[in-house]
Design a protein. Structure first.
Length: 161
């Protein structure tokens, strides 16, 4: 009747343990596809940012400090997105093997990418739509990465010693 830390097997609020098949779970596969999609968008955003310049008049000496600040933030965002996208795609390729280390690294890289893209929107370096697309794709990728059947599969494939 009262909530406790002891799990009762007859508790109707707890779902039964998921039976795992031989193939990797659909949630883990969805997480992989979302992470790869986010990586493609991050690479495109990074390349577009590197190809554009300061939106104001570059010859105006009054805007020199603003131009330097903007260009520095733009380069950090572009290179950060590209490096994080390559790292995330590389690590996501290990999801099928059920690697716990790959999942933890992917979660860290996704968190860094989410932070970078939110900061880029706040500093007005990138467009709201593209950065929020990256954030939403990565957030849902993390959601599917840590679902119950994904956890059970990773626990089975790479047990703790």
């Amino acid at each position: 009747m009262f909530p406790t830390f002891v799990a009762d097997p007859n508790d109707p609020n707890r779902r039964p343990v998921i039976e795992l098949g031989e193939d990797w779970p659909a949630n883990l596969r969805t997480s992989f596809y979302l992470a790869c999609s986010a990586s493609v968008v991050m690479l495109v955003v990074g390349m577009v940012l590197l190809s554009k310049g300061f939106p104001g008049d570059p010859a105006d000496p009054a805007l020199e400090e603003v131009r330097r600040f903007y260009m520095t933030n733009m380069r950090i965002t572009a290179l950060g997105n590209m490096v994080l996208a390559l790292g995330l795609t590389s690590v996501a390729s290990y999801f099928r093997r059920g690697s716990r280390l790959a999942r933890n690294i992917a979660a860290g890289l996704a968190a860094l990418a989410i932070f970078l893209n939110v900061a880029a929107v706040l500093f007005r370096v990138t467009a709201l739509a593209l950065s929020m697309l990256i954030v939403v794709l990565l957030a849902f990728s993390l959601l599917f990465l840590f679902r119950r059947d994904s956890n059970a599969y990773i626990e089975r494939e790479s047990p703790k010693f």
